[in-house]
Design a protein around this ligand. Structure first.
Ligand SMILES: [Zn+2]
Length: 281
């Protein structure tokens, strides 16, 4: 099967654009502007898909600064990009994972490690053929967003919620109009927190505070639009992560070390939630 972007309408004037099932971006249209929440890792041409869905000017809202979410920015040179400043410099530090020190090296590493797991119906070589040949620069300018900021798309306002854990500058975008929380990699079916020196629990505490804050807002949304492995999921998962991190911190839940697919680290589960919390990969 030939790889293709998959578009799913998740609410009126709201679409999930799945980049070959590797990662999701979301397009949200207001009266005056449309927001693209994340851009994929930049294989194929997401801009063409966006153009087929809206003729409004596009702003880009990054949930965080990982290359699989900002890698398609080069398709939108005219668009303003919004990001939390605590993630400044993060993509540069990810370059050490690249076999040849380039963004295309990261893209090919990503396809080779995730492709067979996330989209087994596509051939890895067909996905690799979608990597941009001209090796576009990953550099970008951005406007800083902070907790509580409102982004007005014209009759549709997105609220920024700062949600550190997966990355320090991770944010969710709350759309009260549709009742959807766009949660990136802050909350999805399988969350990664990097390994901390001496297995310190500081990052689990940080993430616990994040899901606590999100659950306190739960009356504002009914569902989450997630970054990977699914599209829209029930908000109950936020409560599951809250209970899971509570248990890990008070010792009633302990995880175990596992290596599966492209993940390595300590993992614990509760309900819909799966947390990799001393994660090496
Ligand atoms: Zn991420």
């Amino acid at each position: 099967m030939k790889p293709q972007h998959n578009v799913i309408e998740i609410a009126p004037r709201s679409w999930c654009i799945s980049e070959y099932k590797l990662v999701n971006a979301f397009l949200i249209e207001g009266e005056t502007t449309a927001a693209l929440i994340d851009t994929g890792c930049g294989i194929g041409n997401i801009a063409q898909v966006v153009k087929s869905l809206t003729d409004k000017p596009i702003v880009i809202l990054l949930t965080h600064n990982h290359f699989d979410h900002n890698g398609g920015l080069y398709h939108f040179p005219q668009s303003e990009v919004y990001m939390h400043p605590a993630d400044d410099g993060l993509w540069q530090s990810m370059m050490k994972m690249s076999p040849d020190g380039s963004y295309n090296g990261l893209r090919s590493f990503y396809i080779k490690s995730r492709g067979a797991v996330r989209c087994p119906e596509y051939k890895v070589e067909d996905l690799l053929a979608l990597i941009p040949r001209d090796n576009p620069s990953p550099e970008f300018q951005y406007t800083a967003v902070n907790h509580g900021d409102k982004i007005d798309l014209g009759g549709r306002i997105l609220t920024v919620i700062h949600t550190p854990g997966h990355t320090e500058g991770g944010v969710c975008y709350l759309d009260e109009n549709s009742g959807i929380l766009f949660s990136g990699d802050t909350v999805n079916n399988s969350i990664i927190l990097m390994r901390q020196p001496d297995n310190d629990t500081v990052l689990i505490k940080r993430y616990h505070d994040t899901v606590k804050k999100l659950w306190e807002e739960e009356k504002s949304y009914t569902a989450l639009a997630i970054g990977h492995d699914g599209t829209v999921i029930p908000k109950q998962i936020v409560k599951d992560y809250l209970d899971l991190t509570t248990g890990l911190l008070n010792g009633t839940i302990t995880g175990e070390y596992k290596e599966t697919g492209f993940r390595k680290g300590d993992v614990a589960n509760l309900g819909m939630a799966e947390l990799w919390y001393q994660c090496d990969a």
